[in-house]
Design a protein around this ligand. Structure first.
Ligand code: ZN
Length: 391
């Protein structure tokens, strides 16, 4: 499984070495004509032309017609370092993989349904297989990958790389996904919390664009937040910063999986909300088990029970987020996860609860918005972070 797709001395290794020579000259000398590149590298004009064509297709260089000593020539400019980055996105029931260029722009992606929560080792094996399959389909050589980032739906200790004990994937507690993936892929892998990656992506290309102080709140089985202050991720000493799901809202409330009572999660977590549904929530329960997207669809169609549950979840979420606003004074709070698809049915009561629970000055410049990147936010963020590690 870990065998590289390139063997030394093969056609592909030779091509990569020649490509590197061309890129090195461009990096050193700036824009060059193809003839200059041939002279500087000792490669034939035909080889240089071939390599430049490949680099151009990958977006690594730009080519324009020019003239040199009165003759037509082609000027080649390096746009970005060559190479690819890989993102792996683990959620409780799905594995996603994306390949990006060295700037983190997505070139190809694949997603499969998989019971990731059941077994960490098997989840990693499945992900490694999906990385290899996606690379082959996209015709990108594993040897060109410079960095891999894996998104994990739980806190990741920045020191040890271990997944924390309270998460959507409790069987991953103490597991080190980056180490396991490194062993399978033969590439260096970094693991990061999904909400942290989502805030990175939303700030770069989504609902957080133009803001420096951003909080991304994601609601699924649990609730978590990614916090970005002054453009930097805020992880905390052990990687658990942003675990807002365990803010205690009601000391006499339900016992939470963390052992405390009345945590925010017990007011907005998927299972808690679904348990509140009346036995016949309008059209939602037509067939199969009801899930959050069904409840949201029913609410959007006007089902009063679903609307009530979502509004109360919004209020609880606003109470928790008000504390975050008082502490961090973000300029944008982005709400993601399936429940966010309810839009203003969720955000409006959330906003009102925040007004009651936050300092006026903490809200003055605060915008509350829905995620722009949806379920793929963490995958995009993983590409972005992988590009940072690569450059
Ligand atoms: Zn809790």
């Amino acid at each position: 499984m870990t065998e590289a797709t390139t063997t030394p001395g093969s056609q592909s290794a030779l091509r990569q070495a020649n490509e590197r020579r061309v890129v090195d000259v461009l990096r050193r000398d700036g824009t060059c004509t193809q003839a200059e590149l041939a002279r500087a590298t000792g490669l034939s004009a035909a080889s240089v032309s071939n390599i430049v064509r490949g680099l151009r297709a990958a977006g690594t260089v730009s080519v324009r017609d020019t003239s040199s000593n009165g003759r037509r020539a082609r000027a080649v400019t390096l746009l970005r370092p060559p190479g690819a980055v890989v993102a792996v996105d683990f959620t409780a029931d799905r594995v996603g993989v994306a390949i990006g260029d060295s700037d983190g722009n997505m070139l190809a992606s694949e997603r499969i349904a998989y019971d990731v929560a059941a077994d960490a080792e098997r989840g990693v094996r499945r992900a490694a297989w999906l990385v290899e399959t996606t690379m082959v389909r996209a015709r990108i050589d594993m040897g060109t990958v410079s960095s891999v980032v894996a998104s994990v739906p739980g806190p990741v200790d920045p020191g040890t790389g271990e997944v924390g004990h309270i998460s959507c994937v409790p069987r991953w507690a103490g597991f080190r996904p980056a180490k396991a993936l490194t062993e399978r892929l033969g590439l260096e892998v970094h693991a990061e919390n999904d909400a942290n990656l989502a805030v990175l992506a939303e700030q770069h290309q989504g609902a957080g664009m133009g803001a420096e102080h951003v909080v991304y709140v994601v609601i699924s089985e649990g609730v978590g937040a990614g916090i970005m202050m002054s453009g930097q991720l805020f992880r905390g000493a052990g990687g658990t910063a942003g675990e807002i799901g365990h803010i205690a809202l009601d000391p006499r409330g339900q016992v939470c999986r963390c052992g405390n009572r009345g945590c925010l999660e017990t007011f907005v977590g998927a299972n808690y909300l679904l348990d509140m549904l009346p036995s016949n929530p309008g059209a939602a329960r037509a067939s199969g088990p009801v899930r959050i997207p069904d409840m949201v669809a029913a609410a959007l169609e006007g089902d009063p029970g679903s609307r009530r549950i979502i509004a109360e979840a919004g209020t609880a979420l606003g109470q928790g987020t008000a504390i975050v606003a008082n502490l961090f004074n973000p300029e944008r709070v982005i709400v993601g996860g399936d429940l966010a698809e309810a839009g203003e049915l969720l955000l409006d009561p959330m906003r009102r609860a925040m007004e009651l629970g936050s300092l006026g000055s903490a809200l003055e410049r605060l915008e509350l918005v829905r995620s722009a990147l949806g379920r793929d936010a963490s995958l995009y963020g993983a590409l972005r972070l992988a590009a940072r590690y690569a450059n």
